[in-house]
Design a protein around this ligand. Structure first.
Ligand SMILES: [Zn+2]
Length: 199
């Protein structure tokens, strides 16, 4: 335990995902030794992101206005929606340049151990978007791990009766990992070779 402000910083850093107590301590002391300007830039970036960035009211991606850049882009097809777990997956798929439709960000994946069920994800919002029949294909692009698998299976069953094409990314992605860890070529290929699971 350290005094006041240093311990506060270690505690806050330790609450971040993937940062254990040792890393939190290491980062805290790195910041302590850093230039005041560097530390201020980090603090400003944190403040700015909370002030300026929110989640798109349509797709749930990060946005700097009510709707995100992709939802606002008239050149992108309304007929295909690619469903992903997190905004970072949108970035990964955009990098492949394979996809010209819209996205839907669930905000996670079904995970009984962490108590995340379908109601905790933006599934109702997805069904609302599909209600008018303009969408012809839904691509399920979950992470290639147990939670992603469970989520994709759940969605395939749910969307099946709606009569649209439901596809999943081809296998070949590194199993157990995150979509974002796949390189652009592999992810692009998985996209290209997606298979129909319903419709
Ligand atoms: Zn959007």
């Amino acid at each position: 335990m350290y005094e006041g402000a240093v311990q506060d910083l270690i505690d806050e850093l330790g609450r971040l995902p993937g940062i254990g107590p040792k890393s939190a301590q290491r980062i805290a002391f790195h910041l302590l030794a850093a230039d005041a300007d560097d530390a201020r830039r980090l603090a400003d970036a944190l403040t700015e992101v909370k002030l300026r960035v929110r989640f798109c009211e349509i797709c749930g991606n990060v946005a700097e206005s009510a709707q995100c850049r992709i939802c606002l882009d008239p050149r992108r097809s309304l007929a295909v929606i690619c469903v992903v777990e997190e905004p970072k997956d949108v970035v990964a798929i955009e990098r492949t340049r394979e996809f010209r439709g819209k996205y839907h960000v669930l905000g996670g994946a079904i995970n009984p151990i962490d108590n995340v069920g379908p109601d905790d994800l933006r599934i109702k919002e997805l069904l609302t978007r599909l209600a008018d029949g303009a969408v012809l294909e839904v691509i399920l692009a979950m992470d290639p791990n147990v939670e992603g698998e469970a989520t994709a299976t759940y969605l395939a069953r749910l969307l099946g009766p709606l009569g649209l094409r439901v596809t999943r990314l081809a296998s070949g992605l590194p199993v157990g990992g995150d979509l974002e860890y796949a390189d652009e070529v592999t992810l692009g290929r998985a996209f290209e070779g997606r298979r129909v699971v319903s419709g």
